[in-house]
Design a protein around this ligand. Structure first.
Ligand SMILES: NC(=O)c1ccc[n+]([C@@H]2O[C@H](COP(=O)([O-])OP(=O)(O)OC[C@H]3O[C@@H](n4cnc5c(N)ncnc54)[C@H](OP(=O)(O)O)[C@@H]3O)[C@@H](O)[C@H]2O)c1
Length: 258
């Protein structure tokens, strides 16, 4: 197979929400390409297990620190620890989130605020802390995880379609503002990808669950987490040096919008 050289060896990548699911797949993908990886999540035991598995599989350096991305002090402590251990930051993947789709009348203030905190403010805070380090290194890459609902909201998709639209806008705003500093900012708008959140929801027969939801997908299947991680690794790589401010659908053709 022809190998696309990504130029990720020696880079420092922060992946948030990386003990399971898509974040974990990204962290492992970066580690396989020779990057040093800093990961966080709330549940310490699962996080440490993920870090150990990635170290064993790739021999990469992995810093794992429990942190809730909705708590500014924990976010700051995690970024500080990453810079102390690895000397800077080249790549940031803002990943944590959860499905929060309901009818407008059912969403109270607390639910709105929690979703904005988790999906928007966490990314804002990480970007604020990490961008000065990227500037110091002459550039960097930020990849924000959002959803296709942020471009084309369905009925009963609140608050998530609004917070994801804000994430897409944040991506474009930062891309314009920091292009001159060599910091490239993109977002991946997700459809359906296999991950821990769906497996919790599916209960026993996860493959039957995936087959059922895949009916909504033109390509007829739910994506694998490693396929998503390949896209993120590409966006973070030297091969993607002319891509910034893009909102890329990763949805098997599901979205009505380009
Ligand atoms: N998979 C899909 O089909 C799909 C579709 C649309 C959008 N997305 C988005 O893609 C992202 C990843 O989803 P996923 O499917 O991989 O989810 P997942 O399987 O539930 O994994 C989520 C990861 O984030 C961590 N996390 C959650 N809340 C956190 C917090 N407050 N602070 C720090 N870490 C936190 C979790 O660990 P702890 O619980 O231990 O903190 C876990 O490691 C999310 O933003 C999600 O909304 C996914």
């Amino acid at each position: 197979m022809d190998l696309l050289e990504l130029g990720l060896a020696g880079k420092v990548a922060i992946v948030t929400g990386a003990s399971e699911g898509l974040g974990r797949a990204c962290a492992e993908r970066f580690a396989r390409s020779g990057a040093r990886v800093a990961i966080c999540a709330r549940r310490k035991e699962i996080l440490e297990r993920a870090a150990e598995e990635i170290r064993r599989a790739t021999a990469a350096e992995v810093l794992a620190m429990p942190a809730d991305v909705t708590r500014p002090q924990e976010v700051e402590a995690f970024v500080t620890a990453t810079v102390r251990q690895f000397g800077g930051v080249d790549i940031l993947v803002n990943n944590p989130g959860t499905s929060a789709a309901a009818a407008f009348g059912q969403v109270d203030d607390q639910t709105w605020e929690a979703d904005i905190d988790l999906k928007l403010m966490a990314a804002v805070r990480f970007c604020r802390l990490v961008i000065p380090h990227m500037k110091r290194r002459g550039g960097g890459r930020i990849i924000n995880v959002t959803t296709i609902g942020g471009k084309a909201p369905a009925a009963r998709s609140l608050p998530t379609s609004v917070t994801r639209a804000a994430g897409i806008n944040l991506t474009k705003s930062l891309a314009h503002e920091y292009a001159a500093d060599g910091i490239l900012v993109n977002t991946v708008c997700l459809g359906l990808v296999k991950s821990a959140q769906w497996e919790r929801r599916a209960g026993g027969d996860r493959e039957a669950y995936y087959r059922e939801v895949a009916r909504r997908v033109p390509l007829g299947r739910v994506a694998e987490a490693h396929e998503f991680a390949d896209l993120v690794a590409f966006l973070a790589s030297e091969r993607a040096g002319y891509i910034t401010g893009a909102a890329i659908n990763f949805d098997g053709g599901m979205s009505a919008t380009v």
